[in-house]
Design a protein around this ligand. Sequence first.
Ligand code: BG6
Length: 495
Amino acid sequence: MSAVSQLPFPESFNMVFFGGAGDLVTRKLLPAMYQCHKNGLLVEAGHILCVDRQDLSEEAFLELADEKACQFIPTADWDAAVWAGFRQRLAYLRIDATQPEQYAPLKERLKKAPAAVTVFYLSTAPSLFATICAHLTRQGLNGPHSRVVLEKPLGHDLASANAITADVDRYFHENQVYRIDHYLGKESVQNLMALRFGNALFEPLWRRMWIRDVQITIAEDVGIGSRAGFYDKAGALRDMVQNHLLQLLCFVAMEPPASLDSNAIRNEKLKVLESLVPFTEEDVHQKTVRGQYRAGICGGKAVPGYLEEEGIPPGSHTETFVAIKAEIANWRWAGVPFYLFTGKRLPERLAEIVIHFHDVPHPIFPLPKSGACAPAKLVIRLQPDEFIRLYLYAKQPGDSMELQPVSLDLNFAEQFKVRRAEGGYERLLLDAIRGNQALFVRHDEQEQAWRWVEPILNTWANDPKGPEPYAAGTWGPAASLDLLRRDGICWHEGK
Ligand code: BG6
């Protein structure tokens, strides 16, 4: 396959959203398609069909789309005339996806607007994936130019994830299957590849000899919202670590791929996942911390604890915070800890990767007053703002030779006037239409990620102690800081 940038956009497409009246489609996917439309990235012959079992007329669906668009498209990007144009692309069809005979009208619709590419985006419960794939195939809707996009959660453990893969595999070939991890669509994640593989500068330093530790954080200030049913069965490890955090770790740790070819990139990510040191039960106790938020003050207002959220069973042990010390057993990374943090109801929304470099081997300057916890480091901020900041030491002006940390900054918003919404879906939707799988997760990556998290899941499930409490609006249980302190390391910015 040719390099990513050379893949042409097809002259026509049909995007079919299953679960089309649901939350993800109306809050995220339609607004993302609107942005693509607004930026002139969609061909004219591009149709979006939302199918759902909700009994809505086309007009009622369009009203719902209007209402959500106003809420979820940022004001700066909202243009009523552009939305009216985008709306022309939308259609709605009521289908109960479990009923084979209900696929006939779908087939009819698609026949009326034949397109070079048809993407079926399954934003439904995973238990429906196999059924939908089977019915699409039986209706003759699974051709060489049909693709299927699978939304997470893709399983709740290794066996269930493998079962989904096997079910979908019976109908769609792996090169038609697009497993979404929306973090991979974020501009800043792709920038990490640009930083590492577009500049020779960092490559010699990007290894155990020069890097002391890596910290990857995805912090959220929100709680679980209205997703109690889903979240209480999932927890932060399944919801964030198995996918988003491990994918970020792969982009930090992977070897340079030979090209931007989808499989060249995914082969390298897979090698990282295969090199993650597996956890024994003892390791789980030593190297992981799970937490659950209690009532507290978050974003200036009082919020309830996890156990008081509507729909959460009393005494639930589901974790809303995870800290893990991971290690990668290969020549580049042996001995370098990768600390992963994620949690809900933390003080702010923030995602970043911090690479700490070693201190100089022989210090000749007086130690800075800020103490020993400020070595040279590279901070890659993914959200809410996007920047790359390299902290170095410089001499303080004046007579002494005292050093202080200073920074070199690359702020993407200032550097590039064009901005793309940080959600990640725009790029992934366009890539699914183009047929570029580079930013989608291959089945073996997914399997390996589950294999690595499974001992943690099992050990936690058998541990009656449950997660450690932390007050909403704080940076998680104190034990997570001990994880670093034991190694003589501080969490970036002293969180
Ligand atoms: C989703 C999780 O995958 O990612 C959510 O299911 C989480 O629980 C969300 O809130 C975070 O995504 P983002 O793009 O807002 O950081």
